[in-house]
Design a protein around this ligand. Structure first.
Ligand code: ZN
Length: 253
């Protein structure tokens, strides 16, 4: 079956879109200029999917992640869906699959997984996520879509080629929550209501600490793509510094 005749491609969010946001947003009708379109959405407009699978994955994420990361994972869902509704109204993907990708994208940073493997946290998390979805009866295409998105969710320096639609949404929304990038594509009221529903509670400092912890544990890890070549412990992390410098989200910390 070619990708164009397989309905699972579009349904599970595999539709290829450019990886580089500069290309994705070039000459974009609503996302460019000084005042991009901001639909007046609030967090309540994006209820979390409540299927049995979504609920079981959420219970797993709540159990394994600290509260800060669990809240971040749910904010990322809201921001991603809102952003696509406003700026990519024709994008079609299964909300449950995107939600599961959000819930599990940082599962590799959980205490149970971060220091118990030499794998970079995204790769370990992607494997954990894929195994979990399959064990809960999810279909393989759904498990693979989530797995692919999690593996690549911090691959933000790649300028060539494509990424899955769900992978792109996850990249845009995680970087929005973590460093405030392109936060002007969503309405301030959405940030206000989402951070009220899923509080940051000092997320910037918390996540910067997680980055530093992984760099120290695994100085070969994928997160070092943000750092100078040959990074060693003791050198200030560019990535952690960017996360701590998230001025957009500072009022909501
Ligand atoms: Zn994250």
């Amino acid at each position: 079956m070619t990708s164009s005749s397989d309905p699972n491609v579009a349904f599970y969010g595999f539709t290829p879109v450019p990886r580089d946001p500069d290309i994705l947003f070039a000459n974009h009708p609503t996302a460019t200029g000084k005042n991009p379109k901001q639909d007046l959405f609030v967090a309540d407009d994006f209820p979390l999917p409540g299927s049995p699978l979504a609920r079981e994955v959420a219970a797993f994420a709540k159990r394994e992640l600290d509260e800060n990361t669990f809240n971040h994972s749910r904010r990322v869902y809201v921001y991603g869906v809102a952003l696509t509704k406003t700026h990519f109204p024709n994008w079609s993907y299964d909300l449950e699959t995107y939600y599961i990708a959000c819930l599990l994208h940082d599962i590799g940073t959980a205490e149970k997984f971060l220091a118990t493997t030499k794998l970079s946290f995204e790769f370990k998390g992607a494997i954990v996520a894929r195994d979990l979805i399959l064990s809960l009866g999810g279909v393989e295409d759904q498990a693979d879509s989530v797995c692919d998105a999690i593996i690549r969710h911090q691959d933000i320096f790649v300028t060539g080629g494509n990424i899955t639609m769900i992978g792109q949404i996850l990249q845009l929304s995680t970087i929005l929550d973590n460093v405030g990038l392109r936060a002007d594509l969503i309405h301030p009221k959405l940030i206000e209501t989402t951070t009220k529903m899923f509080p940051r509670n000092g997320w910037s400092e918390h996540f910067a600490g997680v980055i530093e912890k992984e760099l120290a544990l695994k100085p070969w890890c994928h997160s070092t793509t943000f750092e100078t070549p040959g990074w060693t412990e003791g050198v200030r992390s560019n990535f952690a510094t960017d996360v701590r410098g998230n001025d957009v989200m500072r009022p909501f910390e």
